[in-house]
Design a protein around this ligand. Structure first.
Ligand SMILES: [Zn+2]
Length: 364
């Protein structure tokens, strides 16, 4: 199996177009066509993780955080990033990062902690906008079925629990084939009118290329007229953070004690106790202070995240207990989730869970 075969499967599950604009996801080091001897799944891809990959005879590291985040202007051995990249390149080890492409999925980063807390009635805390596109195209009537079928097969036309959704409207298209053209219908240098159907479908952003290719391959015209527009529609199945309800309300003290045990951490920081039962929980693994308001709007009694600053702890006011469990700790289940997805699809292939502790934060 090649690097591409494994990572393209991951991309069907967590499309890279879901990643935030600031992020740097996908294949960061290595050759897509390289045959894979084994895969090491890790949280970070530090030099020590590359050492582990060498020892385990793995030449592909799939990690959550991208080791190259900002541009690299030189590759010497001066920084931990450069040393990891150099060691990977010298040893023919590819590095692939998934990061925020997984953050926005309900079965992504937050799933492990939500499962551990047995959260029920889960929903996305901040639903995604702008991840849906609308395609308008104009098809001669006799080709309408073929084009519709091709677009649906390529991933267009899904709305919630409905597939093959489209809208059609019959009208008349006009065009004048110019010198150098090879028109399917009509005569060169003469305006031609053709009865056509306006076909409209929605599609997720990550299917854009396959849908446009399918359109061009099935539409009979030499030059296919189409428009793609980004929709502001909200997708409730996709977005940052997750909210859900505990099986039964807990006191704040018991909730915090359980959380420490579930995360295996000696210390968590939290805002002042509110003297109320905790039942509705918001989670955003990693740096999630930006979602405090969303958690409050969702009536969360507690919001679990990381990297909160001093002033952030005031923002829960009297309604929401804010809990900073540590960045690594809040994302620690991600490795297991990636491994489960890979092992399920490639049952006969070696996927190894990294044992290297990459958490840079220590407690005294
Ligand atoms: Zn993170």
């Amino acid at each position: 199996m090649t690097v591409h075969e494994i990572t393209s499967y991951l991309e069907q599950w967590a499309p890279l177009t879901y990643a935030e604009d600031f992020d740097n996801v996908g294949l960061l080091v290595g050759d897509n066509t390289q045959k894979v001897t084994g895969v090491l799944v890790s949280h970070d891809s530090l030099e020590t993780v590359v050492d582990e990959a060498i020892a385990e005879k793995c030449n592909l590291i799939i990690c959550f955080h991208p080791i190259i985040f900002q541009g690299l202007k030189r590759v010497t051995s001066n920084t931990y990033v450069e040393r990891a990249v150099i060691k990977a390149v010298k040893n023919d080890i590819a590095i692939y990062a998934i990061h925020t492409a997984l953050d926005v999925k309900l079965d992504g980063v937050n799933k492990g902690l939500a499962d551990a807390l047995k959260l029920q009635n889960r929903k996305v805390l901040i639903p995604s906008k702008g991840s849906l596109l609308k395609l308008n195209t104009y098809v001669p009537n006799q080709n309408l079925n073929d084009v519709q079928n091709a677009l649906f097969a390529a991933g267009a036309g899904s709305l919630g629990t409905y597939a093959e959704c489209s809208f059609t409207y019959e009208g008349k298209g006009s065009f004048k084939p110019l010198e150098g053209s090879n028109p399917y219908v009509g005569t060169k240098e003469k305006r031609h009118s053709e009865v056509e159907t306006l076909l409209q479908v929605v599609l997720p952003k990550h299917c854009k290329n396959t849908v446009v290719d399918a359109l061009k391959n099935t539409h009979p015209y030499e030059t296919v007229a189409y428009e793609l527009t980004v929709l502001e529609n909200i997708r409730t199945d996709l977005g940052m953070g997750c909210a859900g309800t505990l099986p039964k309300p807990l006191s704040e003290q018991i909730f915090l004690k359980n959380l420490k045990e579930l995360l295996g951490t000696p210390c968590i920081r939290h805002s002042a106790l509110l003297g109320k039962k905790i039942e509705r929980i918001g989670i955003l693994g990693g740096s999630g202070s930006f979602a405090i308001d969303a958690a409050k709007q969702d009536n969360c009694d507690a919001f679990i995240t990381a990297d909160m600053k001093y002033h952030d702890f005031f923002k829960g006011e009297k309604s929401c207990l804010l809990v900073d469990v540590g960045h690594f700790e809040s994302e620690q289940f991600t490795k297991k989730i990636i491994l489960e997805v890979l092992r399920k699809n490639f049952p006969n292939f070696a996927f190894i869970s990294s044992k290297t502790d990459t958490n840079p934060v220590h407690y005294f």
